[in-house]
Design a protein around this ligand. Structure first.
Ligand code: S3P
Length: 451
């Protein structure tokens, strides 16, 4: 699994114009949910365009461990023969979720109201991440969890024998927590209610409705009240996974900062709970166009065209936008370094508990590359250096974080001097084709010998 073998350093050099079509892989969030919901139906769910990244493959293995039959049919097509809501069997061994917080937290939710015991673990990054944000609401259903100190993995969870429905107001804006509660609610009696103060990505709600669950979403004052009827019977579906806007963010950003670029990224998911990054880029003056906007499989999609944008301006990113672009702050920091003026990002404390502390990782790497970054617990700001961007010429640490690795490799394509990332292997968790795809557009990216 990524991050467990020898490090795979990679270098990115200042590149000529990037051009062409960039077919990014399937959406990571929807891919995890397709496998899990497929496993919670009786019958066959077919998935087209599944992200075959390490994170999602770990979830496929987890579903097999609980008794579902998960088959790779080739070319992104997968089949899941599920065991039904409440039908999970006890896994024979520890479940390894790799690098994936989404996988770990959604799996915990999916098993929390079935009377089985499972132990979950993951790589060093995942083992350092907080799990009590999920185990606390799951305890209200009657599930028990015993983990390492600080509520970390490895953790053993025993699902409730007689689950009770919950009414839970989330203290953090997290789609993973919300989704874990909804998945647990499927096998509880009565109605379970989740209240989120800020709207987070709503793929679980949309997909649950598609799978036949009775779910009501009441939007109020920025947040949402979600009510799910328990003891649900899910019906297998045919799912077509749109391309991941969080992966599209990298070729889009690279096109904005590399002189002369013109890149098209087709078929990107445009769910409004995911598009804050593109709205922010537009406010900064990016040359960005949405073409061919349409709806596919219950999700809005569009083709994104991005062109070199030498007149980017630093802005203040509204904190209420954070949830809709939470995974895009690392690459936004890179784009900000190529803008005139300061970019300020507030209300982003969650970045400190992602695959690594993303504010610290980005600030450290940007400073090493000649940039200026100021930070507080839940805010940071980048001093733009204009279209020339930061000088580069640094070796930076990816810290087992795919998005940190891709952000700094994107920086290297536009910086004056090359940027080396100490380990590009984690990129395989979400975007295994990143290097090939970027090279195909004209990016000067290549592996370097370790050491
Ligand atoms: C995800 C939710 C977000 C995001 C992650 C995927 C999901 O995490 O950062 O990459 O699929 O639900 P949080 O729920 O911790 O915000």
């Amino acid at each position: 699994m990524a991050g467990r073998g020898a490090p795979e350093p990679m270098i990115a050099r200042r590149s000529g114009a990037l051009s062409g079509e960039s077919h990014v892989p399937g959406d990571k969030s929807i891919s995890h949910r397709s496998l899990i919901l497929g496993a919670m139906c009786v019958g066959e769910t077919r998935i087209a365009g599944l992200l075959e990244g390490a994170d999602v493959l770990a979830t496929a293995d987890a579903m097999r461990a609980f008794g579902a039959e998960v088959t790779d049919l080739g070319e992104g097509n997968w089949s899941v023969h599920g065991v039904g809501v409440g039908g999970f069997g006890e896994p024979a061994d520890v479940i390894d979720c790799g690098n994936s917080g989404t996988g770990a937290r959604l799996v915990m939710g999916a098993m929390a109201t079935t009377p089985i015991t499972a132990t979950l673990t993951g790589d060093a990054s995942l083992r350092s991440r907080p799990m009590s944000r999920v185990t606390e609401p799951l305890a209200e259903f009657g599930a028990r969890a015993v983990g390492h100190s600080g509520g970390r993995l490895p953790m053993t969870i025993t699902g409730a024998t007689d689950p009770v429905p919950v009414n839970y107001t989330m203290p953090v804006a997290s789609a993973q927590v919300k989704s874990a509660i909804l998945l647990a609610g499927l096998n509880a009696p009565g109605e379970s209610v989740v209240v989120e103060r800020e709207a987070t990505r709503d793929h679980t709600e949309r997909m649950l409705r598609g799978f036949g669950a009775v779910i009501d979403v009441d939007a109020r004052a920025g947040g949402r009240v979600i009510t799910l009827e328990g003891h649900a019977e899910l019906l297998p579906q045919d799912i077509s996974v749109p391309c991941d806007p969080s992966s599209a963010a990298f070729p889009v950003a690279a096109a904005l900062i590399v002189e002369g670029s013109d890149v098209l990224v087709p078929n990107v998911g445009m769910n409004p709970t995911r598009t804050g990054f593109f709205a922010t880029l537009r406010e900064m003056g990016a040359d960005l166009a949405l073409e061919n906007e349409r709806e596919e499989g219950g999700e809005p999609v569009a083709d994104i065209r991005a062109r070199f944008s030498p007149e980017l301006k630093g802005i203040e990113v509204p904190p209420e936008r954070a949830a809709s672009m939470i995974d895009e702050y690392p690459i936004l920091a890179i784009v900000s370094a190529f803008a005139e003026g300061r970019t300020i990002m507030r209300g982003v404390g969650e970045l400190r508990v992602k695959e690594c502390d993303r504010i610290d990782a980005m600030a450290t790497g940007l400073r090493a590359a000649g940039g200026t970054v100021r930070e507080g617990e839940d805010w940071w700001e980048i001093e733009g250096m204009g279209p020339a961007g930061v000088p580069g010429g640094a070796r930076v640490e990816a810290r087992l974080d795919h998005r940190i690795a891709m952000a700094f490799l994107s920086l290297g394509l536009g910086a004056k001097e090359a940027v080396t990332v100490d380990d590009a292997a984690p990129i395989a968790t979400s975007f295994p084709t990143f290097a090939a795809l970027m090279t195909g557009l004209g990016a000067a990216l290549e592996p370097v010998q370790s050491g």
